[in-house]
Design a protein around this ligand. Structure first.
Ligand code: GDP
Ligand code: IMO
Ligand code: MG
Length: 430
């Protein structure tokens, strides 16, 4: 069976968790390849809601192996908490079904402190980060001062690295950002303790994938965030600090790009964004409120109200190219029920001329006007539909238009948060 990558095509929270949980039934291994606990991936199975921040969304299938790749930045406190919450809910979690890359970078308290202090210093220009220390941890990785999972097992190396990092962080925190400095000993002691606990899980993820593939198993790669939060291709600087795009799976899991056989892009039926940054199709009217309320659009990590707007297919078309999308999963179609008519953005106009893709310059983007097509809405509740034929004609018309504009076939339609509230149109593993 082929490997597949699941990637967000918008600004995150498209429903990747639900789709990964669904596709895990047909996969042997699930690998998260980037991001950290800025992610919140929600699974609703048998009436229970589980939110995965670091652990792959395949974890509810205990016989499948879940791996956290080298591209992920890991806050060990969050990982341990997530493991124990899952166990309390009756989900077995142990080295048999979970592994952490020895090369994954570790988020420490000074990263969280730097994230908070930087955002505070930016004032109105803040990015609206999740405050989880993600940016500072990736900065250290690129700056070659990061602490990796493997270091947690070597107290000598760990001590040297934390001491030298803390000297610089404390200078910045205190002298430049006006925040409190941090003490070495509690950080070091805690790292040694979590290292002891995590030791059985720390592994060579790239090698594990290779062994699984050699045994005929297939792998599902789980992205976090979304294409337009990508550090290179997103609405920079209002982005995260990693590469959520499908290509990120190669670097972030340790596999050649030819192992990424199929890329499924998750498209929420409308657009949302948490945090600051441009949003061309944003709705700040009662329709936006209707979508926000019906879609329960609150961040799964920070609880912040998500900004809502019409479906922006200029963004999704860019995502098609940036990820090499082979198929789409359209989520939250049920949320649009009840609206008289629906708009989809099929182009941008800048200074009276059509633009081909989202401008890179935020100044130019701010001047872009969305070009909308209006489609009929539907009034029927659609969550009980289990095949395309069960959907109202207008719902099918909306889906058809997405396929036409993007040129990518739809494989999955999600019509509710539950695992079974799904219509599978095409088998992505065929
Ligand atoms: P992710 O970060 O991409 O995994 O998405 P989140 O979990 O942050 O946000 C998606 C939210 O929508 C979660 O609360 C899901 O339970 C919910 N959800 C997913 N698919 C559907 C759907 O088709 N309909 C509805 N109503 N909710 C959905
Ligand atoms: P999932 O995986 C939505 C946003 C933050 C902020 C920006 C930078 O659940 O889709 P960061 O903490 O990463 O430095 O914040 O990115 N952001 C997300 N928005 N879903 C996410 O993850 C996000 N992860 C980060 O709100 O605007
Ligand atoms: Mg989320």
């Amino acid at each position: 069976m082929p490997n597949a990558v699941v990637v967000g095509t918008q600004w995150g929270d498209e429903g990747k968790g639900k789709v990964v949980d669904l596709l895990t039934a047909r996969s042997d291994m699930v690998v998260r390849y980037q991001g950290g606990n800025n992610a919140g991936h929600t699974l609703v199975v048998e009436g229970r809601r589980t939110i995965c921040h670091l652990i792959p969304s395949g974890i509810l299938h205990p016989e499948k192996k879940c791996l956290i790749g080298n591209g992920v930045v890991v806050d060990p406190e969050v990982l341990l908490e997530e493991m124990s919450t899952l166990r309390e809910g009756g989900v077995p979690v142990g080295p048999d079904n979970l592994g952490l890359s020895e090369k994954a970078h570790i988020i420490l308290s000074y990263h969280r402190a730097m994230d908070a202090a930087r955002e505070a210093a930016k004032g109105a220009a803040r990015i609206g980060t999740t405050g989880r220390g993600i940016g500072p941890a990736y900065e250290d990785k690129a700056g070659r001062t990061g602490i990796r999972a493997v270091d947690l097992l070597e107290p000598g190396t760990l001590e040297e690295k934390i001491r030298s990092n803390l000297e610089e962080k404390n200078f910045l925190l205190k002298e430049f950002l006006g925040a409190a400095s941090l003490e070495f000993q509690p950080i070091f002691d805690r790292c040694v303790a979590v290292g002891e606990t995590l030791k059985p899980y720390i592994t060579d993820v790239s090698l594990e994938i290779e062994k699984a593939e050699r045994a005929g198993r297939n792998v599902l790669f789980e992205g976090a965030q979304g294409t337009h939060l990508d550090i290179d291709h997103g609405t920079y600087p209002f982005v995260t600090s990693s590469n959520p795009i499908a290509g990120g799976a190669s670097a972030g899991a340790g596999v050649g790009p030819n192992h990424l056989h199929h890329v499924n892009g998750i498209v929420k039926a409308y657009t949302t964004r948490v945090g600051a940054g441009p949003f061309t199709t944003e709705l700040t009217d009662p329709v936006g409120d209707y979508i926000q309320e019906r879609g329960a659009e609150f961040g799964a990590t920070t609880g912040r109200r998500r900004r809502c707007g019409w479906l922006d297919l200029v963004m999704v078309r860019d995502s098609t190219r940036l990820n090499g999308l082979d198929s789409l999963s359209i989520t939250k179609m049920d949320v649009l029920t009840g609206l008289d008519s629906l708009k989809i953005c099929v182009g941008y106009e800048l200074d009276g001329a059509a633009v081909e893709s989202r401008p890179c310059s935020l100044e130019r983007l701010a001047r872009c006007k969305p070009v909308y097509e209006e489609l009929p809405g539907w009034k029927e509740e659609i969550s009980s539909a289990r095949s395309l034929e069960d959907l109202p004609q207008a719902t099918r018309g909306y889906l058809d238009r997405i396929e036409e504009v993007t040129g990518v076939p739809i494989a999955v339609i999600s019509i509710g948060p539950r695992r079974d509230e799904t219509i599978v149109v095409k088998d992505i593993f065929a």
